[in-house]
Every structure is written in structure tokens, then in C-alpha cells.
Design a protein around this ligand. Structure first.
Ligand code: FES
Length: 102
């Protein structure tokens, strides 16, 4: 086993688990679109290598999905709609763009 520090300032996990209805899961609620919007922001704002957006499996909050976790901020967003991504970006990612531009 090898251990080293993560190079990422932020790591966002987006649950994209999909189950057949009537079981609740995040993907049918639009989590894949949430993930793609976050990934596009990272790419378009030069944050690759600083921010990682990863697909995750179930976080055990299925009925409250889509769910997004943000580390190292220890925040867990639930019921995330595509329109909510702007707030996540504003609070967690946009400040990094400003720092990069300095
Ligand atoms: S399916 Fe996303 S939290 Fe369970």
C-alpha cells in the first residue's frame, strides 16, 4: 500500500447511483446533469488539478437525492437541482478561481 496527500483543494462527490423505481436513487433526479455542470465549471475555469468532481455510489440518503458531498468542507447537499449547482459553485469553487487569478 502507498499513501500520499491528495493534490485537490476540493473534492466533490456526486451520487449517480440508479435504481429501478419505486426505489429512490439519485440519478433519476438528475444527478448526472449536476455532475456534468460541476465538471464543466472546473474545466472552463482552469481548476483541473485543483478540484476533482467524482461520481459516487450510494451515500445512504437516497430519498433526499440528488446528493453532493464537498470535501474538505464536510458539507452534504441534498435535493440538489441543476439550478442549485450555481450556489455550490459560488460557495466552494468560485473563490478558487479568484485565488488562481492572483
Ligand atoms: S442513491 Fe444516491 S444516496 Fe443512495
Amino acid at each position: 500500500m502507498e499513501a500520499k496527500r491528495s493534490p485537490y483543494l476540493k473534492h466533490l462527490y456526486v451520487c449517480v447511483n440508479r435504481r429501478d423505481p419505486p426505489e429512490a436513487s439519485c440519478a433519476p433526479g438528475g444527478s448526472e446533469g449536476v455532475r456534468e455542470k460541476l465538471k464543466s465549471y472546473v474545466k472552463e475555469n482552469g481548476l483541473k488539478g485543483k478540484v476533482r468532481v467524482s461520481s459516487s455510489g450510494c451515500m445512504d440518503l437516497c430519498a433526499r437525492g440528488p446528493n453532493v458531498m464537498v470535501y474538505p468542507d464536510h458539507l452534504w447537499y441534498s435535493n440538489v437541482a441543476l439550478a442549485d449547482v450555481d450556489r455550490i459553485i459560488e460557495e466552494h469553487l468560485a473563490p478558487l478561481v479568484t485565488e488562481s487569478a492572483k
